[in-house]
Design a protein around this ligand. Sequence first.
Ligand code: IMP
Ligand code: MG
Length: 332
Amino acid sequence: MPCTVIAGAFWGDEGKGKIVSYLALKDKLDFCVRTGSVNAAHTIWYQGKRYALHMVPGGFVHEKCRLLVAPGANVEVRQLLSEVEETGVKTRIGVDNQASIIEEKHALQDKSSAHLKGLGTTGRGIGPAIEERVRRTAKLAKDIPELKPYLTDVATEVNDAIDGKKNVLLEGTQGLQLSLFHGTYPYVTGRDTSASAICSEAGVGPTRVNDVLIVLKSFITRVGTGPLPGELTKEEAIRRGWFETATGTGRDRRSAPFNFELARKAASINGATQGAVTKLDSVYSQCKGAKTFDQLTTEAKQFITEIEKQTGIPVTLVGTGPEALDIIDRRK
Ligand code: IMP
Ligand code: MG
């Protein structure tokens, strides 16, 4: 902190939601800015309840945190309003005037396009909505009466907050391998997902960021089509306890062992200063619920040390269970 960017290292679903919720509680975040759109589902376990958030920033768990939806984000109005209700954040959420709107027609276009189907999109209309924005025919948040109570200028709020030394977190979505520029094109999402793009969507310049924290899951998963190095069969994934289904679409997630080359690329292109390793307990089961590094097994410690060696960044946070506070915090 004060200004931290959170970016996914692989194909999304690294556990960014968990890391954001932990930082919100632990560092008493003042501002949390959500980028991206409804294709992403950030899972947050808090006080025994599970939230799958497509629009509301993960920082909602800290009651004093101001929640903002970036001008570069794409808003699905019904989804946003239902999550605002579910999380009870009416009085502290703001949506940028210039965030663009995803409509039903975009989801229909997404689902009926053979090309997009072939890429295994989430079917939420992301590509078609971004196309409209690029054509400059998209509706913006300021055009929608239901959003009137929430409208704000996010870039001004966030830059003022940084000037005032507040704790600000910019919450990225998906992961570097789904980036339109740096990922496994054409099997990618409709936008850049790297740390620079997260800043750009929020309206924060690169010199104003103090930390870039990349989130690395202890094994790799991907939904949809496209390459996945070291991919395991579903049977093997089940045997290892790595088989997952997607939070947003319910599809099977494909899985593979951790990949150091991809981790290095994520550290490099994101300009990462720190890493968070999640789901360590899924690979090293004796580590479940560990709260200190000393409680980890030798093998698990070696895994973390190897990530640090190969990426050149310190692993400051280690996830050992689903709840926001199941974490080893190694920050000074
Ligand atoms: P789209 O973003 O819906 O256009 O889908 C493009 C690709 O990105 C597909 O492979 C999706 O499965 C993948 N994708 C999009 N959002 C997420 C996410 O939040 N987690 C994992 N994969 C995603
Ligand atoms: Mg997800």
